[in-house]
Ligand binder design. Structure first.
Ligand SMILES: Cc1cc2nc3c(=O)[nH]c(=O)nc-3n(C[C@H](O)[C@H](O)[C@H](O)COP(=O)(O)O)c2cc1C
Length: 206
């Protein structure tokens, strides 16, 4: 834990075009319920995968309603700003901002490559680059299988640069009963990596 559990934390959340849009859902809810402000960026393929995998009700323009319907009004404790992935002038493109951590969930292999090589071709990549250069927590949740050698090397580059590489690999020891339980496991890991306590899955008692 980093001890950064103070109110009104600002966290960047990026959703890119890898399968596993569901993995982004409980984490966004949990951060909003804790009163965080989310700086949200969704790539074009991220938008497509939200709709393809979660349905029309999860489309970007309905995100707040969708989360309230899924989890209840606690979502409204927090707030969010939705940025265009093309807007390299957005707040989170600069190091002089108060965003203290970022998660890319799910992270496509393309975006992983862009982050690994510091390309900053769009706002997701630039904001991730800012997190690395400012030494703020950056959590990358890749989803691909099997992986090529370039993809594996890109994960190593990100880890060497200081990112937490947290593959979308849910565990089964907590006896999941639903897809939501699997997504909660990954969301809990993300929250822990960002310095939040959570009860999204039962802690292992030994
Ligand atoms: C239905 C669908 C599923 C995809 N699943 C994955 C995936 O699981 N992992 C991945 O790395 N790319 C996946 N892709 C490919 C990416 O969406 C593609 O490389 C895209 O250019 C990523 O761009 P972005 O990172 O800007 O979102 C998928 C594409 C589609 C259309």
């Amino acid at each position: 834990m980093t001890g950064i559990d103070s109110p009104r934390r600002s966290i960047a959340v990026a959703i890119t075009g890898a399968s596993g849009a569901l993995y982004a859902r409980p984490g966004r809810w949990a951060l909003l319920e804790r009163g965080c402000h989310l700086e949200l960026v969704i790539s074009d393929y991220g938008r497509r995968l939200l709709r393809d995998e979660l349905g029309e009700r999860a489309a970007v323009d309905k995100l707040q309603d969708y989360l309230v319907a899924a989890y209840g009004p606690g979502v409204q404790n927090g707030s969010y700003t939705l940025h265009s992935n093309k807007d390299l002038g957005a707040k989170i493109a600069s190091g002089s901002q108060d965003c203290e951590g970022m998660v890319v969930v799910p992270c496509s292999m393309k975006t992983l490559a862009g982050i690994a090589h510091g390309l900053s071709r769009n706002l997701v990549e630039r904001a991730a680059d800012v997190m690395l250069k400012e030494r703020h927590p950056l959590v990358i949740v890749p989803r691909e299988t099997p992986m090529s050698l370039p993809q594996l090397r890109n994960m190593v580059l990100c880890a060497e640069a200081g990112a937490v590489v947290l593959p979308a690999m849910p565990a089964f020891y907590q006896m999941p009963k639903s897809l939501e339980d699997l997504a909660d496991f990954i969301a809990g890991k993300i929250l822990a990596a960002l310095g939040f306590r959570h009860d999204l899955y039962p802690s292992w008692k030994g």
